[in-house]
Design a protein around this ligand. Structure first.
Ligand SMILES: NC(=[NH2+])NCCC[C@H](N)C(=O)O
Ligand SMILES: [Mn+2]
Ligand SMILES: [Mn+2]
Length: 300
């Protein structure tokens, strides 16, 4: 039977302050995401974009540290409902961002269908901040904490349950920029992290082998949350918070190919593509190429 992939775009930019990341879903579609997956013999349904509203349409509380909190929460509520529907239907949810705050909605919609949802957080950052530890107030730096049940209740309560994931079911890959509070939380909760140091030292093959092993017998599904800034800015320049010294294009393909072979991933999102900061849509094109590998594309 042909597996069905349901694509959901989320033109969200409330989670940070740079403009343009709301155009990420369009840029990824223009890079032929649907055609690419269809060529791999999947049934692909593009459900269009979630209506996240305009910046000025919601009145925000001026004393709130979390920027655009109400607007971000409302958009994520809608996304969570849509994702929930696609999982119920038996389709593979593939979410196109948008800034990384959308992982709050994605995980809210996915995690209720699993006893022990695993999460691979492919990212230069930990996104483990709360209002107390965040240096910026940007919600895109908080989604993993929120999914652990930490942070503002407006966000943790989305879909009416919390936490969405357990610390022992998370693997972070590509970290090279962590705030102090995030480092403390990682140590306190014992979250598994492959920093760039481990990737250099072990090689990506070993990193993904260990990741797959780690989830064996532990997780009943695994969500891949891929922030394009996990890659080196040379390969993925169109992101709002680039950090040099990242995962290479080749290493990323290898990672996706190994995950495809292991048939581990049950939902995925590709986030932080900002066409305004990009070079000739390069970052969106890389995202689509990685999707190809994740869904089993091979040269021969
Ligand atoms: N999804 C991202 N690109 N997150 C970047 C977060 C940067 C920084 N740690 C912050 O909390 O503001
Ligand atoms: Mn990041
Ligand atoms: Mn991120």
């Amino acid at each position: 039977m042909k597996k069905k992939i349901s694509i959901i775009g989320v033109p969200m930019d409330f989670g940070q302050t740079r403009r343009g990341v709301d155009m990420g879903p369009s840029a990824i579609r223009y890079a032929n995401a649907v055609e690419r997956l269809e060529s791999l013999h999947y049934e692909v349904e593009d459900l269009g974009d979630i209506d996240v509203g305009k910046r000025a349409s919601v009145e925000e509380d001026a004393s709130e540290k979390l920027k655009n909190l109400k607007a971000a929460a409302a958009g994520n509520e809608k996304l969570a409902l849509k994702v929930d529907e696609t999982v119920k239907e038996g389709a593979f949810p593939l979410i196109l961002g948008g800034d990384h705050s959308i992982a709050i909605g994605t995980l809210a919609g996915v995690a209720k269908h699993y006893e022990n949802l695993g999460v691979i957080w492919y990212d230069a950052h930990g996104d483990l901040n709360t209002g107390e530890t965040s240096p910026s107030g940007n919600i895109h730096g908080m989604p993993l904490a929120v999914s652990l049940g930490l942070g503002h209740s407006t966000l943790t309560n989305i879909m009416g349950y919390s936490p969405k994931v357990k610390p022992e079911n998370i693997v972070i890959i590509g970290a090279r920029c962590l705030d102090e509070g995030e480092k403390d939380l990682i140590k306190k909760l014992g979250i598994k992290v492959f920093t760039m140091h481990e990737i250099d030292r072990l090689g990506m093959t070993k990193v993904i082998e260990e990741t797959i092993q780690y989830f064996e017998g532990r997780a009943d599904g695994v969500h891949l949350s891929l922030d394009l800034d996990g890659l080196d800015p040379i390969d993925a320049p169109g992101v709002g918070t680039p950090v040099i010294g990242g995962i290479s294009y080749r290493e990323s393909h290898l990672a996706m190919e190994m995950l495809a072979e292991a048939e581990l991933i049950t939902s995925a999102e590709f986030v932080e593509v900002n066409p305004i900061l990009d070079e000739r849509n390069k970052t969106a094109i890389v995202a689509v190429e990685l999707m190809g590998s994740l869904f089993g594309e091979k040269l021969l």
